[in-house]
Design a protein around this ligand. Structure first.
Ligand SMILES: Cc1ncc(COP(=O)(O)O)c(C=O)c1O
Length: 385
């Protein structure tokens, strides 16, 4: 639905309207200079051809070193495989770890593509509802209860999370990992928003269970969405199956992107500067949203999203976001994208687009919520096809 909102926003822009984009989780900063330069240097060396299915050995080794430097976790580079974004990593993880019909626990609210990918692969998504009671983070108790009700074969977690930004604390993640190991539940940890934490650092699931499957990406912290590059850290038993699946499904991850990504780990200063911009936008939102009438949102520990409760304004987030776009010129994603039932009373604002975009979005929203009678009345129009 975020993509549908974006399409409608672009249509309005073609009509000459100015639209503030707060619908997509895409870093708004221009492609960092070092990426452009690294890409040009790599091209001057000769256009790359196919590479090894598991990824360039130098990049795999660099990613393994990142685990040691950043998390203190020692890892053989053999267990690291480079993928076409984390999206490609999910395909490989699910296909290698599960048989058709397996039940995988996913949080609601959660990243909508999880449900679509699981369904497309003949796997069954078992939603685990999370809310204010647990700071919008799944807990070992919730997961155990879901497992007791009907056996889970796998569990898919993310922290920091999309759409909430909420993080699972270290002690809780440790408990969850221990439960999964004990109960034989395959744990897949989506760590794509690591690096984008504002209070505490997110721990990797590998710290608590060596055999967790970890998925990560160059899209978010490293601001390389369009390069389609991510990685997976798999238990030894899955390395060869994943490599063989990759050989057939993608042959290899983009080789030019792999050369460029090597430099990403040495570009901390530039990346931290981008993150400092997110931190300012986050602080501005946290301060101003309550003042303009949106006082309830999930704890924005990380990532670049605010998941706001709009139950006092609407029970039709799709219609509400449509009106907000049309009348205020602010694009946001309706909560139903992330939670098919409770999401009718929520929406997600992304602050990935940059400080100026967020400041303008807040001003427009403030004016709209103050003056527009339609901000308060449910309308039936929606983006639903
Ligand atoms: C939680 C989460 N996982 C995975 C992805 C996919 O990212 P990519 O395929 O670019 O690595 C996204 C994108 O927004 C996301 O929010």
């Amino acid at each position: 639905m975020a993509m549908d909102v974006m399409r409608e926003a672009r249509r309005l822009e073609r009509e000459g309207r100015r639209i503030v984009h707060m619908e997509l989780g895409e870093p708004g900063a221009p492609t960092p200079r070092w990426i452009v330069e690294a890409a040009m240097a790599a091209l001057r060396d000769g256009a790359p051809g196919y590479g090894e299915a598991a990824g360039d050995p130098t990049l795999r080794a660099r990613i393994a070193r990142h685990y040691l430097e950043h998390y203190g976790v020692e890892l053989s580079s053999e267990r690291v495989m480079v993928t076409t974004g984390s999206s490609g990593a999910f395909l490989l993880a699910f296909l290698s770890a599960f048989d058709a019909g397996a039940r995988i626990g996913v949080t609601a609210p959660g990243y909508p593509a999880y449900l679509n990918i699981l369904e497309a692969l003949g796997l069954v998504a078992a939603p685990i509802e999370i809310g204010e009671e647990t700071r919008f983070a799944p807990t070992a108790a919730l997961i155990e209860a879901a497992h007791r009700k009907e056996r889970l074969d796998g569990l898919l977690l993310m922290s920091p999370a999309n759409p909430t930004g909420a993080m699972i604390s270290s002690p809780e993640l440790e408990k969850i990992a221990a439960f999964c190991e004990e109960a034989g539940v395959t744990l897949v940890s989506d760590e794509i928003y690591h690096g984008l934490e504002y209070e505490e650092r997110a721990p990797t699931a590998l710290r608590f269970w060596r055999d967790a499957i970890v998925v990560n990406s160059f899209s978010k912290y490293y601001a390389m969405t369009g390069w389609r590059l991510g990685w997976i850290v798999a238990p030894e038993s899955l390395v060869r199956p994943i490599e063989r699946l990759q050989q057939s499904l993608a042959i290899c991850a983009p080789t030019l992107a792999q050369r460029v990504a090597l430099g990403a780990f040495e570009a901390r200063d530039g990346l931290e500067a981008i993150k400092a911009g997110y931190a300012k936008s986050r602080a501005r939102l946290v301060e101003r949203l309550p003042q303009i009438g949106l006082p309830r949102f999930a704890p924005p520990d990380g990532a670049f999203y605010i998941y706001a409760d709009v139950a006092h304004l609407t029970h039709d987030s799709v219609g509400f976001c449509a009106r907000m776009l049309e009348e205020a010129g602010v694009a946001a994603t309706p909560g139903v994208d992330f939670d098919r039932t409770r999401g009718k009373k929520a929406l997600r604002l992304s602050y990935a687009g940059g400080e100026a975009e967020v400041a303008e979005g807040l001003d427009r929203l403030a004016g709209w919520l103050r003056t527009s009678p339609s901000a308060l009345s449910a309308r039936t129009e929606s983006f639903e096809r």
